[in-house]
Design a protein around this ligand. Structure first.
Ligand code: NAG
Ligand code: NAG
Ligand code: NAG
Length: 239
């Protein structure tokens, strides 16, 4: 009886430390996730909350001259990448193997439209693949998907708006209790002329707008991920 109890406690302790209560958040996307400063602003904003210890994860460590030497730079933003190519080449699979996550934000589709004028239906099909990959790695993944920002050059915004319009219906169809998808509208209120530094990437005012839009959705996702972990631990304890 005594040895059984000791074994149970040891098993419980091992289970808790193995799953590590620290939440892991992956910012995932293209250059609008990689070479920008909204991640720094968002990280700073979390520091005065209960989410200060969230571990930001990803293979990217780019220094973006954001004037912030403290923030957790880890991210999975890949400049120039298309959602369609990431999906077809199964790249997210490897990235999540190296850096598992509980919560992920995705801002993708810009390069599909700007570089290669891909069809909205093909971009949405890629999003489906990417969400399935996220859930293969973590069936409880909490997912935040952006309706993407406008461009300040070319005439891409009609198609960007078409993609953004398709996202809510797609996301509702993919939604699940274990792995919810929340949409963040990064388009509305974002100016292609005054919030971009080069026609594509946010400047200081654009970064602030993006961080402000991500923030409530990220909090919602982290809250759900934390509740999930506590639930799992209770089940293990009772067992
Ligand atoms: C959990 O992981 C974080 C880093 O991700 C580490 O700092 C912390 O010590 C770990 N905690 C436990 C209990 O293993
Ligand atoms: C998905 O479900 C969650 C509730 O679990 C809800 O908050 C969210 O708005 C839903 N997402 C979509 C795109 O309908
Ligand atoms: C952002 O960039 C635009 C265009 O380059 C400029 O007009 C605006 O003043 C900039 N705003 C900030 C806050 O940097």
């Amino acid at each position: 009886m005594v040895s059984f109890k000791l074994l149970s406690l040891a098993t419980f302790a091992a289970a808790v430390s193995a799953q590590n209560a620290t939440l892991r958040y992956m910012p995932f996307g293209d250059s609008i996730t990689e070479i920008i400063c909204w991640r720094a602003l968002l990280w700073e904003r979390l520091q005065t909350t209960e989410w200060a210890s969230v571990n930001w994860v990803g293979s990217g460590k780019t220094e973006n001259n954001c004037g912030d030497n403290k923030y957790d730079r880890d991210n999975e933003g890949h400049s120039g990448f298309l959602a369609i190519n990431i999906a077809n080449q199964n790249q997210l699979d490897g990235w999540l193997k190296t850096n598992p996550a509980d919560v992920i934000t995705m801002h993708l589709g810009t390069n599909d439209i700007v570089q290669q004028n891909k069809a909205v239906t093909d971009i949405i099909a890629a999003f489906t693949k990417l969400v399935n990959t996220m859930r293969t790695h973590n069936p409880k993944m909490k997912i935040v998907v952006a309706q993407i920002i406008p461009m300040g050059m070319g005439s891409y915004n009609t198609k960007i708006q078409d993609l953004n319009k398709a996202i809510p219906t797609w996301a509702a169809g993919m939604n699940s209790t274990d792995s919810p998808i929340w949409i963040v509208d990064q388009y509305t209120g974002f100016s292609g002329s005054s919030d971009l530094r080069d026609g594509v990437h946010p400047n200081a005012s654009g970064d602030k707008k993006m961080a402000d839009k991500w923030y409530p959705a990220l909090i919602t996702a982290l809250t759900a991920a934390k509740a999930e972990k506590l639930k799992t631990r209770e089940v293990e304890f009772v067992a």
